[in-house]
Write a protein that binds this ligand. Structure first.
Ligand code: NCD
Length: 426
């Protein structure tokens, strides 16, 4: 952990405690805890006593032991397997406990993702990606994640240049690829297709988006981002109010995300979309169970009170034959709306890409300098999350911590010129 502030925030997140409850657990006043949580540069910041630091580490250690006891020694890869194979096809493979275990492994990856450490546990392994649909971040971040663990990557993009254009079946393509590589990451325009690839091989397969179906790794990195943002803001996941905006019918990221959010307690979901692009009924039903509240709306005014606003792009490529207009300007999430309706600690998310073309009315760029905009923190978190997924599916997660070396090159403290102070790589 890099600083006292990160150490304490991380502890609160792992223990699922608010600032007040954490202060009580430590037996200190809330004001004292606040001074320990201030950035080191602030004049009011205080170093916490060694005793307090030891006490927090001890609580975390006991907590981790508790998790180990609960696991009954079944490895995570087994508990999140698909049909007994180490493959990630749907978020339905997760329970709250296994998701949070994956997040603890993701935390271990942070020093590598933030370019402080180098790790080569996947040296010699080859990952093959098959992308039959457009992608920048998913394809590159899976490749970068595998490479940062020491593996190498063979990329394939586009249907036209693959043998599937000559009529090869999914089964044959998948079996052939399994002979060449040690893990496969696949994006395909048809719902259910990645599961078909997965059935034809025993190597790890990750669904990187199957048409309007699912996009599990995106939803996992979104959940990880929400948890980190909440721990910075002193909020808990249980009872959070999440608003999803836009194309909720075809947007696979929100389909996966609402399922993962439903693993928590007492959630409130506000689903805002043009009426032709509503969230599928089976997902509304699923999200309405276990005491969650779901509100369906066509007005952005209903963002009021939300802790998270998750905007999405209109998935035009998915409804070529249908007559759907897209967003009118009243569906655009922009700064004046956020200032008028949202809270100072609401976070604004989007899976990206943002459609920046005139008339698209996607998430506005006028929020770029607003620290509530978490979109690049989401993309940055994609790396450690995808590293954690590979590590688990390939069985090397316990080797990471003892196989770290310092990096030899220099990186800027901030990768983006407009990054918020807490986006630093340090
Ligand atoms: C999304 C996707 O492909 O589903 N992009 C991504 O992977 N982050 C969202 C989109 O295309 O709108």
């Amino acid at each position: 952990m890099d600083s006292q502030q990160d150490f304490l925030r991380d502890a609160m997140r792992r223990l699922n405690l608010t600032r007040d409850a954490f202060a009580e657990r430590l037996g200190v006043r809330r004001r004292t805890l606040d001074t320990w949580l201030l950035p080191e540069a602030s004049g009011e910041a205080r170093a916490m006593p060694d005793m307090a630091q030891k006490f927090v580490s001890e609580i975390l250690f006991r907590e981790a032991e508790g998790h180990d006891a609960q696991k009954h020694h079944r490895p995570l890869a087994e508990r999140m397997s698909a049909d007994g194979r180490p493959q990630l096809l749907s978020v339905a493979q997760f329970e709250r406990e296994s998701l949070e275990e994956l997040f603890r492994i993701t935390d271990v990856m942070q020093p590598i993702a933030r370019r402080h450490k180098v790790c080569r546990v996947l040296e010699g392994a080859v990952m093959g990606s098959l992308f039959f649909e457009a992608s920048t971040r998913t394809r590159v971040s899976f490749g970068a994640a595998f490479s940062r663990l020491g593996g190498s990557v063979c990329d394939t993009t586009g249907f036209t240049f693959s043998s599937m254009a000559k009529g090869e079946s999914i089964y044959d393509t998948s079996r052939v690829m399994a002979g060449y590589v040690d893990a496969l990451v696949i994006r395909h325009p048809e719902q259910g297709s990645v599961a078909e690839f997965a059935r034809a091989t025993n190597i790890p397969v990750i669904n990187a988006g199957d048409g309007p179906g699912e996009h599990p790794s995106q939803a996992i990195l979104d959940m990880y981002t929400i948890q980190r943002e909440f721990s910075r803001l002193g909020k808990l996941m249980d009872g959070a109010h999440i608003a999803m905006v836009g194309d909720l019918k075809y947007g696979r990221t929100v389909h996966s995300l609402i399922r993962l959010l439903s693993l928590y307690k007492g959630m409130k979901f506000t689903l805002i979309s043009p009426s032709s692009l509503e969230m599928p009924a089976y997902l509304i039903e699923l999200a309405s169970t276990n005491g969650h509240v779901v509100e369906v709306s066509t007005s952005l005014q209903d963002l009021k009170g939300a802790d998270v606003v998750y905007a999405t792009r209109i998935q035009k490529e998915r409804f070529a034959g249908e007559n759907i207009e897209g967003y009118t300007p009243e569906f655009q999430v922009q700064k004046s709306l956020v200032d008028a309706v949202c809270k100072p600690d609401t976070i604004i998310m989007h899976p990206l890409p943002r459609d920046a073309r005139a008339g698209a009315n996607d998430l506005s760029t006028d929020l770029n300098l607003d620290p509530r905009l978490a979109i690049f923190r989401q993309t940055d978190n994609g790396i450690p999350v995808r590293m954690a997924l590979f590590a688990v599916l390939m069985g090397v997660e316990s080797q990471i911590a003892r196989n770290l070396r310092d990096v030899t090159w220099r990186s800027p403290a901030f990768v983006g010129p407009d990054d918020a102070v807490f986006d630093t790589l340090d």
